[in-house]
Design a protein around this ligand. Structure first.
Ligand SMILES: Cc1ncc(COP(=O)(O)O)c(C=O)c1O
Length: 470
């Protein structure tokens, strides 16, 4: 067992995020260990693996979920699940019964559908975008031909990476970013390079500086994508400032030389805003529809179990993405598509989201109140973001306090019965070094009293470990 493993984790060993510092694969390179000389069968199992499978590590989050399951009484502020009580089982049951009770609709729901998704649903998605972007009905007429329905937005992110990236290609990401997408890039053999953020999200001066230094090193042509979790980011809780959205599109266009640099706007938490309106999406700042790929999902605002997402793609990416999806599954589950189409059409969806906002706002306030109360005595030493939406708070301890998998704080937290996600998972290896003094805490799952108790335990664990640094 590697020293950085969580003690209770039964899953196969993987290097810690801190080990992401290994060099990224270059074009045609492989991180595989050379095969041993031929010997008697059966051989050691993984010699048959593809390079992509070999370099793909098990998902970070599964270790933490195993740990939570194995430790009843542990308060998990780790997994980014949604609130269990909020799941709309009655609405889903009613609409599923309506569909399945109708012989024509019921049979349609139980049949295969089309690879790009049900046309009725895609029209509803366009209407939803019109409502979200505060434009008149009909403004996005015809957009359904550029909408692809996917099995969660995770599939869309994967398909986009598959469509655009070869090994050695470069993706510029927020530092910190959504660690699952870093896993996708690892599988593709692509290089993720982090761009600094501030309270307005990705810093455009830092983005430009990164592009300039890549140009100086002759690597600009490898840059394919800028990835941003623009709304209430996972993991930081920060949104991309409205004033940066148009300029980010302009910047991507300006640096697109031999080929286009796309922006992948991951709007997984759009709709979960607890203070004021959300700004127009980055996608809306690209009227030509050539630069921005918009990824949306109903996992956070309706049901992750239905696993329904969608993408709005530049016209020339529709065919490749749909062709690749054909190889994955030739279409997302028809029944869930028809359920979503109905709840969108009859207003159930938006009523549900309204209720979620009120519920998560209370939880957000509870965790922020607990953080302020617990950390008041060590005034300013520990800081955290104050998200206006979503379900994550990003916590920073003083440099030198190790919140990573090898650090004392996580071990103390496990002893005290609370779990968080080490922030180090959310940083790519480049430009490095990966900081270890951050944590992602999620207020989606735990109830208000557990959130308060969990923050108390976290603060106590941190106090145990911070004395020597103070
Ligand atoms: C930022 C972000 N993007 C995408 C996803 C994928 O969600 P799904 O595939 O369920 O739509 C998640 C889920 O946690 C997320 O946090």
């Amino acid at each position: 067992m590697r020293p950085n493993r969580l003690e209770t984790d039964p899953s196969p060993a993987r290097p810690a995020a801190e080990d992401r510092s290994r060099p990224a694969p270059g074009p045609g390179s492989s991180t595989r260990t050379p095969s041993p000389r031929p010997g008697p069968l059966p051989m050691a199992g993984n010699s048959a693996l593809s390079a992509a499978a070999d370099r793909t590590e098990p998902p970070v989050i599964s270790e933490f979920m195993q740990t939570a399951l194995a430790n009843p009484g542990l308060i998990s502020l780790a997994a980014g699940f949604v609130d269990q009580e909020s799941l709309p089982h009655q609405d889903a049951a009613r609409v599923a019964a309506e569909i399945l009770g109708d012989p024509v609709e019921g049979r349609r729901a139980l049949q295969y559908g089309t690879t790009n998704g049900d046309l009725g649903l895609r029209r509803q998605l366009v209407a939803l975008l019109e409502r979200n972007e505060l434009v008149h009905a009909g403004t996005f007429e015809g957009l359904e031909s550029r909408v692809v329905v996917t099995t969660g937005s995770a599939q869309l992110l994967y398909l986009v990476a598959e469509a655009l990236l070869d090994p050695g290609d470069i993706v510029l990401v927020e530092a910190p970013t959504y660690f699952v997408f870093l896993g996708v890039l690892e599988t593709r053999g692509a290089r993720a390079i982090g761009v600094a953020i501030d309270e307005g999200g990705m810093r455009l001066d830092a983005l430009e500086a990164t592009l300039k230094s890549l140009e100086a090193r002759g690597e600009l042509d490898r840059v394919k994508l800028i990835y941003t979790v623009a709304e209430h980011s996972n993991p930081s809780g920060i949104s991309l400032a409205e004033s940066r959205r148009g300029p980010m599109v302009e910047l991507a266009r300006r640096w697109s030389r031999r080929h286009r640099i796309h922006i992948l706007e991951d709007a997984a938490y759009r709709g979960l805003n607890y203070e004021g309106d959300e700004p127009s999406s980055v996608w809306r700042h690209d009227p030509e529809g050539e630069t921005v790929i918009l990824a949306r999902t109903f996992s956070k605002t309706f049901s992750p179990g239905m696993k329904l997402g969608f993408g709005v793609l530049p016209a020339d990416l529709v065919r490749p993405v749909v062709s690749l999806k054909g190889n994955h599954d030739f279409g997302t589950t028809n029944l869930t598509q028809l359920i979503l189409a109905r709840v969108l059409a009859d207003g159930t969806y938006e009523r549900h989201v309204e209720g979620l906002r009120a519920m998560y706002r209370r939880k957000r306030d509870a965790i922020l109140g607990a953080l302020a109360g617990e950390f008041a005595p060590i005034d300013g030493a520990v800081t955290w973001t104050r998200p206006r939406g979503g379900m994550f708070v990003w916590l920073a301890a003083p440099v030198g306090v190790d919140l990573g998998t090898r650090g004392a704080v996580l071990a103390r937290c496990l002893e005290r019965g609370v779990l968080y996600i080490p922030g180090s998972f959310s940083f790519p290896a480049e430009p490095g070094p990966v900081p270890t003094n951050y944590a992602r805490i999620c207020f989606g799952v735990a109830g208000e009293s557990d959130l308060i108790e969990g923050v108390g335990r976290l603060a106590a664990a941190l106090a145990d470990c911070m004395d020597p640094v103070a």
